[in-house]
Every structure is written in C-alpha cells, then in structure tokens.
Design a protein around this ligand. Sequence first.
Ligand code: ZN
Length: 219
Amino acid sequence: MTRSTLEFITCPKCNHQSGFTAYQSINATLAPELKQKIVDWELYKFSCLNCGEPRFVYYETLYHDMEHRLMLYYVPAMANREREQIKMEDVFSQIKQVEGDRYSNSFDTYNFRIVSDMEAFIEKVQIFDAGYDDRLVELMKFILAPKEEEDIQFSYDHMVFTKVGDDRYQFMFIYEKRAVASLKFSEEMYEHFQSEYSGLLDDSYFVDEAWAYGTIARG
Ligand SMILES: [Zn+2]
C-alpha cells in the first residue's frame, strides 16, 4: 500500500514554507505514476512555492513491486558500517505493518533489497520493472566493464542500467555524475549470463558492485 505524509519545508533561500508529500511506502503496481516519478528523479524533488528554488529531499522509502516480487528499501546516505546494523526483522515487520496480512504468506519468493543512493534506487526500479534479475545485471556490469584504460577513450566511475525509449535498455558510463558513454544491453547477452551464472546467485539484500566482485571471486 502507498502511504504518504504532508511535510512542511522551509526554503533555504527565502524562508517561505511549502508543503511537500513524502512517501514512506509506495506500491508501484497500484500506483505506477509514482514509479515513473522516481525514474524521472521527480518524486524527491521539492520546489519552493514562493521563489521556485528546487532541492532534493531524501528520506527512507519502502518500494513494493507486486508484479515483479520486489521489496526495495531505500535508506539514503547509509554508510557501509551502518549496513550491518539494519535489522532485517525490523524491516520485515514494517513491511507487514504496511502491507497487512495480504502478502505475509507469499514473501518466500520475494526479492528483498536495500539501497542507499538514489541512482541505485532508480536503477533497481528499472531493472525489476523490465523483468530482469538485478544480480545478473550486476554481474554483467562487473564482467563487461572495460578494465584497462587503454581499451576505452574515456574515464568513468561506474556503470548504470538505464531504460532508453519505450523498450530498450543500455548501460551508461557515469563520470562525475554525468553520462559519458553507453553500452548496448541486449536480451541475448542477458540470456547468456543467465545460463552461465544462475548457479552463483545468492539471497543478499545488498546487490551492488561489491556483491558482484565477491560472487565472481567465490565462483
Ligand atoms: Zn523560496
């Protein structure tokens, strides 16, 4: 279920107070317009009603995609050491509180994930929305990433899975928060990874580059 509260935020520029809707939980299947706002970087954007000054307001959100069986918990600006302190039982009880008994018996096959930055949040929303497994996508990024600087004509910090147009996807190379290049994502490539790596996938809550590294190292 989607749950929100109205907050009042004081503009840092003109001190005017404006209302802002904060979503503690989002059911993306029942409220697809909110999913789209996340993907468009709009949901966490606040604009002052007086002077128009825009800023981002980040807060914890539980994102639920019923269709693709995803429970994605966005906890902004979480440090690595704080990860271990998140008690998943607390998260589960929050989920049950929010979703009621409707889903409690069918959580077994759910994908539970935690992300701490907005880019990763949006990426996972898009991966699951497309019907893909984020673990395979992370392995693709890790293995397909050019490792030697001589191989490419640009520098980059990381890659991110992104939707382009209505039904195409690509990996964007991000450097200092800007996209500097892209790599085509194909269904064939994904299926290849699916047949090669499905046996390596575990039930981690944190599926990111570090997870991919650890998984390949162990595999
Ligand atoms: Zn203002």
